[in-house]
Design a protein. Structure first.
Length: 313
């Protein structure tokens, strides 16, 4: 059996920017002294005159990005999620989203899979923060293929976009001839009738593996990949809930305010359904190897399988 190809979505981000740089001459990339980590250094090498290192001054970087957008440029402001969504929240809200400027935020190193950097850098709150900002599009790709497609979609969308990328290499699951990325549209990866698993980002591949294990137990799980959390594909969520009657959401993010909350908002209003949210509970992360943290916090295939099996009874 051939080994599964794994690529970190932060790598995909840097590669996509470099590939699209020639096509979009008004594309400008900003970074906050982290070009080697966010992988925007790939773009810098190809287009040095269109890469701006703002230093460790994320709030100022957002202001610069806003100014560039006002002149017709398409700026990608890049940093760790903790700094892009957390430290610079006010500037993102007031300088970018409020005037509806065409700024894209490339937030890397999101979630507990940041690993050894520990709780201060493991941003499990960014999706919740960005969801609350009026007009902000929130995208959390599951693999290399989807991440590259998301960057292009962000460029083609007029308005602010928050893109979430990870540090840990994850399996490539969307390398298919018929793959299509559509902003605001979820993707059914596996059909099923007993329970629906709705996942985003890193855990999507783990959910597919968990569904295989559930199938061996006679539990037919439908698996949906939600790459765009805002706007959410409400039509798909509602249809799946009506079909299976039980919904599980899985995310490498706090269970408060993220994908699970977005799904519950829709279902509670339009189709009351039994829901279980799998994610980071009301706690901070900790320092440790990324793969071990994913397992400890219940986001690996075995943990998801066990939880869904109990829930689906």
């Amino acid at each position: 059996m051939s080994e599964v190809k794994k690529i970190a979505t932060r790598e995909s981000y840097g590669n996509a920017l470099a590939e699209l740089g020639a096509e979009f001459e008004n594309l400008v990339v900003l970074d906050a002294d982290l070009a080697a980590a966010t992988k925007t250094g790939v773009f810098k090498k190809a287009f040095p005159d269109r890469h701006i290192d703002c230093g460790i001054a994320e709030c100022n970087m957002m202001g610069i990005a806003a100014g560039l957008a006002a002149t017709g440029k398409i700026p990608f402001a890049s940093s760790f999620a903790m700094f892009a969504a957390g430290r610079a929240f006010e500037q993102v809200r007031n300088s970018i989203a409020y005037p509806k400027l065409n700024v894209k935020i490339g937030a890397t190193h999101a979630g507990i899979s940041v690993g050894e950097d520990g709780a201060t850098h493991q941003c499990n709150e960014d999706i919740a923060l960005m969801r609350t900002i009026p007009g902000m599009v929130v995208i959390n790709p599951s693999d290399d293929v989807e991440a590259k497609a998301a960057v292009r979609a962000a460029i083609e969308h007029e308005g602010p976009v928050y893109l979430r990328f990870g540090r840990l290499a994850v399996p490539v699951i969307n390398e298919k001839p018929d793959y299509k990325f559509e902003l605001g549209k979820g993707v059914v990866l596996r059909e099923g009738k007993d329970v629906t698993i709705i996942a985003t980002g890193l855990p999507v591949s783990e959910c597919l593996a968990a569904a295989d294990k559930l199938a061996a137990e006679g539990i037919d799980a439908k698996v949906i990949n939600i790459h765009t959390i805002k706007p959410l594909d409400e039509e798909l969520v509602l249809a799946a809930a009506k079909e299976t009657g039980k919904v599980v959401t899985v995310e490498e993010h706090s269970v408060i305010g993220g994908l699970g909350s977005a799904v519950c908002d829709v279902l509670s209003e339009k189709c009351p359904t039994k829901v279980m949210k799998i994610g980071i509970e009301d706690t901070f992360g900790e320092s440790g190897p990324a793969v071990e943290l994913v397992k400890k916090y219940g986001l690996d295939a075995d943990s998801i399988y066990a939880k869904v099996k109990e829930f689906a009874k």
